[in-house]
Design a protein around this ligand. Structure first.
Ligand code: NAP
Ligand code: F7E
Length: 334
């Protein structure tokens, strides 16, 4: 049997490296799409030790021809479309860019598959942000209507439906993974979890005196990115294309995350350090997210392995180790 080939967009982000590692372990040839940069940042792939195992190709979600050409030349077995302007906060200020990358970028890829490689299976990185305000029974599942609360959420609703439409209209194997928040030591620094664990590590080493945050009362269903990429892979191995909610079923608020992070860092009384700053509050908030992932559990056989407490601990320890290493390196070079 010839080697399976995956094209992963968003390879330099958080999920791209975890997914690429999983696919490489399964024997795939993995192409990672990166934008045109004079100096791309491979640190997340370095962290997982796979920088030199991925083959890099250039493409930009806003440049249709570059995506058409990649699909035409590579004709991958599977495409995992993870590239996005994924920061909700920034989407309020850069709504057009967010729409072009997240919504139209997905359309470009689907057209590429339709015209150049119709047997390619396509995974779309959909999100719990599409549910937004919907919280009828205290959770969200595949039947929950969408009510997005940000330009990011709106752009992802378009991407969701265009993926469904290409499946229905042209028979493509195109699926949506509706993933709830998932975190890791290589989470981007602007997202609240990593902002907290990085901030806590700085405070521990005397590099910062405070941590400025926005809404501490928002509830999120936080899982571990390494678990969630398994669900992405499983969705493309099914006999029929379908959409799945992926989450832990547990919800915690930002305040709880903060408390635990300070506790794991061995710093007493977090209230002395945390300052609520209105600049980090959003024009419209998503107050409550909690997944009901029964379908993924039943059909994909997927379940999360890492608990909320374990994620906080893992991220705090990783950030403390990073600063410890920097300090040790600086001391030994003096
Ligand atoms: P991430 O860390 O922000 O990574 C996104 C990647 O997209 C980055 O590597 C970025 O490239 C790339 N990108 C942005 N604009 C691009 C463009 N115009 N052309 C090509 N690449 C572009 O996101 P993530 O956390 O890994 O999430 C992966 C996907 O899942 C995203 O689509 C996100 O919206 C979705 N999602 C995430 C979560 C979550 O909790 N993490 C939950 C649900 C859905 P650069 O490195 O060059 O900036
Ligand atoms: O915010 C609150 C903030 O930016 C979580 C993306 O991966 O997951 C992510 O979107 C909550 C929000 O993630 C700060 O208001 C308080 O209620 O970490 P976040 P997000 O907006 O949930 C979904 C599933 C995605 O699809 C997205 O791509 O935390 N919050 N204070 C703060 N948030 C940030 N960033 N910074 C703060 O200072």
């Amino acid at each position: 049997m010839s080697k399976r080939v995956a094209l992963v967009t968003g390879i330099l982000g958080q999920d791209g490296p975890y997914l690429a590692k999983l696919l490489l372990e399964k024997g795939y040839r993995v192409y990672g799409m990166i934008r045109r940069y004079s100096n791309p940042n491979f640190s997340n792939l370095d962290y997982l030790g796979i920088t030199h195992e991925v083959e890099y190709v250039e493409g930009d979600m806003t440049d249709e021809a570059s995506l058409l050409n990649l699909v035409r030349v590579i004709r991958p077995t599977e495409i995992y479309n993870l590239a996005a302007q994924s920061f909700v906060g920034a989407s309020f200020e850069q709504a057009k860019l967010t729409t072009e990358v997240n919504a139209l970028g997905t359309l470009h890829f689907l057209n590429a598959v339709k015209y150049f490689s119709p047997t390619t299976k396509f995974y779309q990185a959909s999100t719990s942000e599409m549910f937004g305000l919907q919280n009828k029974d205290g959770f969200q599942d595949e039947t929950t209507p969408f009510h997005p609360r940000s330009p990011y959420g709106v752009s992802k609703v378009y991407a969701y439906w265009i993926t469904v439409n290409f499946r229905e209209a042209y028979g493509l194997f195109a699926v949506n993974g509706i993933l709830f928040n998932h975190e890791s030591p290589i989470r981007g620094l602007q997202f609240v979890t990593r902002k907290i664990t990085d901030g806590v590590a700085r405070i521990k080493f005397g590099l910062a005196k405070e941590l400025r945050l926005g809404n501490l009362d928002a509830y999120r269903d936080w899982g571990f990115a390494g678990d969630y990429v398994e669900a992405m892979y499983l969705m493309l191995q099914q006999s029929q294309p379908d959409d799945y909610v992926v989450g832990t079923g547990e919800s915690h608020n930002v305040r709880e995350f903060v408390e635990l992070a300070f506790k794991f860092a061995g710093i007493g009384d977090w209230k002395k350090y945390v300052v609520v700053d209105p600049q980090y509050k959003r024009p419209a908030e998503v107050p409550n997210l909690r997944a009901k992932a029964d379908k993924a559990r039943k059909i994909l056989g997927w379940r999360p392995k890492v608990t909320f407490e374990e994620i906080v601990k893992m991220m705090v320890e990783a950030d403390i180790n990073r600063y410890q290493d920097k300090i040790t390196t600086n001391q030994s070079s003096q």
